[in-house]
Ligand binder design. Structure first.
Ligand code: HEM
Length: 515
């Protein structure tokens, strides 16, 4: 009898567990959200049971696997990751409709699974939903932090850092040593943004700048894990990688708090204010429209590094790889720089407006190799796109990589042809012009588009200009391999070329002779 009772109990337990598991599966994977029943969702390619299209997301080159399914099934697709809905967009025409008619609706990004983290947590600007905090900060960025006058004021800092980059390359040239262009470019962008944002409290001498670089790398390395953590949190309500994410968050917090305290102890006068000074002014201003917190200041500064350093460095590396692989482009670029800048001084940022070919080379580099291959947003409300129903809370992925290589809008999309941007745009209908703008989105689109694009163009124009003007480049193995890889969420080179600079012209020796 006792044995029978035990067996019954075991059976009941198994049955109960099976019921719970089935219910869980039903709610997670098969139950359709109420508001999408009977509506015409965009087409969906074949998917796997339970996980849906998750396997595509975790392929090594997600932008490529998404590009492939879009070219097969269409530029507006509906995918499923467990029970999370995702809309995948790969054409200018669909992007145009979204950003023209639904920009506010898609002006939020998905929240974080670990709110308290300084790295992509809820205190961030990048991760902030479209609401009071984001609007306040956007205004501050546009009117103070990255407005043209603020960028102009820090021109001296960038000129010094450009000279430092030149001196570094010259040193390598003299020693006949090879470098990775991306790494040298990263030193330049990191030092420059460091000086522009927290300059007077972050010194190279006591290792603070190096420590900051380290923290930025650690935060970068977390981006894919944070994405997975957010997805699992959304599907199962669980938090993964918490310990690791919070560890890096605490390190960043400690470091930036130290910088913040230094700024508070010695407030700067009107001259030489950096971003931290301006943010602290807002923090202390009792009449400010929004009371930002210390944590929001620290998150914002970290995000400026995350958004602005590696992106510019990666594109510089890709574009230089294209230039050295295309001798006719290199020759034309050099000819332009030599004739406009001359042979007595180094290129500077005020030259860029007079160097149209350099500008289009930079543009073409960004078209073919956008460091951020996806724009990721969330539809806050349900809406209709191209006649299809999109339920609220759907994730939006715009595959800008695919969009900027779409053969229906770009001629020879896989070829590096800067000249394509020199051809004067065909005069056409208003709609066509607007859609044309949507076919080039390396900096995103709409309200949430990148606020650092002008600075990014300056970084790339000056770095590439300098490397072409002052050096020839010897490539290890004689050939550049253009295979792609993804680091964090950024598109990088799988085999960054090792190249040795060979001094072509030394602007400073000329100045020395003159004086
Ligand atoms: C080649 C360089 C760069 C590229 C390709 C790039 C690209 C992007 C992209 C694609 C986005 C998302 C836009 C969207 O969702 O529509 C973005 C956002 C952002 N970028 Fe950049 N960026 C670059 C450089 C910079 C620089 C230099 C800074 C600042 C110093 C910066 C600051 C930001 C910020 C703060 C955001 C978040 C905007 C928001 O959420 O409202 N970026 N960037």
């Amino acid at each position: 009898m006792a044995a029978m009772v035990t067996i019954d109990f075991q059976n009941c337990l198994v049955l109960l567990l099976l019921c719970i598991f089935s219910l869980l599966c039903y709610f997670l994977f098969f139950k359709k959200p109420k508001n999408s029943r009977g509506y015409n969702l965009p087409p969906s390619p074949p998917s796997l049971p339970i996980i849906g299209h998750l396997h595509l997301l975790f392929s090594t080159l997600t932008h490529k696997s998404f590009q492939k399914i879009s070219s097969k099934y269409g530029p507006l697709l509906h995918l499923r990751l467990f029970n999370v809905r995702l809309i995948l967009v790969s054409s200018a025409s669909v992007a145009d409709e979204i950003f023209r008619l639904h920009d506010v609706n898609v002006s939020s990004r998905d929240g974080s699974s670990i709110d308290e983290s300084l790295v992509f947590g809820s205190s961030g600007f990048l991760t902030a939903p479209y609401g009071d905090y984001w609007k306040f900060m956007k205004k501050l960025v546009a009117t103070k932090l990255l407005r043209p006058q603020a960028i102009e004021q820090s021109r001296g800092v960038r000129a010094e850092e450009l000279e430092r980059l030149y001196a570094n390359l010259l040193d390598k040239a003299k020693k006949n040593e090879s470098i990775e262009i991306g790494k040298e470019a990263m030193k330049f962008t990191n030092n420059t943004i460091c000086r522009m944002s927290i300059g007077r409290s972050c010194s190279e001498k006591n290792g603070e700048a190096e420590r900051l670089r380290e923290l930025v790398f650690k935060s970068f390395a977390l981006t894919k894990k944070i994405f997975i953590a957010n997805l699992l949190h959304r599907v199962f309500g669980i938090s993964v990688f918490r310990k690791e994410i919070m560890g890096v968050s605490r390190e960043c917090d400690e470091f930036l708090e130290g910088i913040l305290v230094k700024h508070e102890e010695k407030p700067e006068k009107d001259q030489d204010k950096d971003m931290m000074d301006l943010l602290l002014e807002t923090y202390r201003d009792e009449n400010a429209e929004y009371n930002i917190s210390r944590k929001q200041i620290k998150s914002f500064l970290l995000e400026v590094f995350l958004a602005g350093t590696d992106t510019s460095a990666q594109t510089t590396q890709w574009t230089m790889a294209e230039i050295v692989s295309n001798p006719s482009i290199l020759a034309r670029l050099r000819e332009e720089i030599d004739s406009v800048v001359g042979k007595t001084r180094m290129i500077q940022e005020s030259d860029i407006p007079n160097l149209p070919y350099l500008q289009v080379v930079v543009k073409e580099g960004l078209r073919m190799h956008p460091p951020a291959p996806f724009l990721t947003r969330t539809f806050r409300e349900s809406c209709e796109i191209k006649g299809f129903y999109v339920p609220e809370d759907t994730v939006l992925f715009v595959n800008v990589y695919a969009l900027m290589r779409d053969p229906s809008t770009w001629k020879d999309p896989d070829e590096f042809k800067p000249e394509r941007f020199l051809a004067s745009s065909r005069a056409g209908e208003e709609n066509e012009v607007r859609e044309q703008a949507m076919k080039y989105l390396p900096f995103g689109a709409g309200r949430r588009g990148c606020p650092g694009s002008s600075l990014a163009y300056i970084f790339q124009g000056t770095m590439i200009g300098l490397m072409v003007q002052c050096f020839d480049w010897k490539i290890e193995g004689g050939k550049v391999h253009m295979e792609e890889a993804v680091a964090g969420m950024n598109l990088t080179m799988a085999h960054p070329p090792k190249c040795t600079p060979v001094s072509r012209f030394d602007p400073f020796s000329f100045n020395l002779h003159k004086s």
